[in-house]
Design a binder for this molecule. Structure first.
Ligand SMILES: NC(=O)c1ccc[n+]([C@@H]2O[C@H](COP(=O)([O-])OP(=O)(O)OC[C@H]3O[C@@H](n4cnc5c(N)ncnc54)[C@H](OP(=O)(O)O)[C@@H]3O)[C@@H](O)[C@H]2O)c1
Length: 276
């Protein structure tokens, strides 16, 4: 095995999503990519390519993470970069979304990455080397109606990533928040599939159309192609001194501006946009 090549472990690499394109972009930069997904068939196009080591992973399961790390360390002896990309959207009004859906969102988006981080950090710390990339969302900078559970989970990701950047510095580990704007992926379709499991709204019946539309909010004609997003992100992550915060994609600049707006202006814009 070539010692100079970085070994990159990425979660949520199903075809059509951001993780898949990150995997492709890291591979094109001479990295070994441990591409993981809940189902291997969702990465079948990588099957015969020696740059990829394909593994099943459910970020909700301790057992699945332990098995993965054993396999990866056995094969490569190291993990240089961990990318916590897997995530789920959760659409619905916060006062009525069932608690189990909110918990599932936090389990996947917050505790999933933390589970991987806690497993990988001892290994990286022992080598005094490593990078951890956590994928947040620009919606956490301007959290509006109809996706409160998701925005809150991504705000938590931003927050714990800031802490980890400081806490892991003494161990030679760089920690990077990647903040996508609107990027083409399967997230809209998955969100609608989850939404169809929601109970009928009680107070929010008259908002049903606007709520449902939120599922596809990031998937408009001007969304940034995942391939482009993947290439830009990988260029930033592979820098010798990677940025602490990297945000790109349609809507990312607007979201960054909105973050600094007075709340009454931000609320006015979001109420108009989300028909609330
Ligand atoms: N697309 C955007 O506009 C956008 C904007 C901001 C942030 N993001 C973030 O970017 C990341 C990638 O999302 P995406 O847009 O590429 O959506 P996506 O196409 O739906 O991909 C999400 C990936 O996460 C995987 N996943 C979900 N639950 C999992 C679990 N329990 N264990 C392992 N993998 C799991 C999915 O696997 P399955 O295929 O098996 O469901 C899929 O591979 C997410 O963290 C998302 O929140 C996306």
């Amino acid at each position: 095995m070539e010692e100079t090549k970085e070994v990159v472990l990425i979660t949520g690499c199903s075809n059509g999503g951001i993780g898949h394109e990150l995997a492709r972009a890291f591979a094109s930069k001479n990295c070994f990519v441990v591409a993981t997904a809940r189902s291997l068939t969702s990465m079948s196009d990588f099957e015969d390519d020696p740059r990829f080591f394909l593994q099943e992973l459910d970020v909700l399961s301790d057992q699945s993470v332990t098995r993965l790390l054993t396999n990866v360390l056995e094969k490569f002896g190291r993990i240089d970069i961990l990318v916590n990309n897997a995530g789920v959207q959760c659409v619905g009004p916060l006062a009525e979304v069932p608690l189990y859906s909110i918990q599932h969102t936090f389990n996947t988006n917050v505790f999933g990455p933390l589970r991987l981080i806690q497993s990988v950090v001892p290994h990286m710390a022992s080598r005094k080397k490593g990078k951890i990339v956590n994928v947040g969302s620009c919606i956490a900078l301007a959290p509006g109606p109809w996706s409160g559970a998701y925005s809150a989970s991504k705000a938590a990701v931003h927050s714990f990533t800031d802490t980890l950047r400081l806490e892991l510095r003494p161990f030679g580990i760089d920690v990077i928040t990647v903040v996508p704007g609107a990027v083409t992926s399967n997230i809209g379709n998955s969100a609608i599939a989850n939404y169809s499991q929601m109970p009928e709204w009680k107070l929010y019946k008259k908002f049903e159309e606007a709520i449902r539309a939120r599922a596809h909010f990031s998937q408009g004609p001007r969304s940034t192609p995942a391939e482009e997003f993947g290439k830009r992100t990988v260029n930033a992550v592979l820098k010798e001194k990677p940025p602490a915060w990297f945000s790109t994609g349609h809507f990312s600049t607007i979201a960054a501006i909105m973050y600094y707006l007075p709340l009454f202006i931000k609320d006015f814009i979001l109420r108009k946009r989300m028909k609330c």
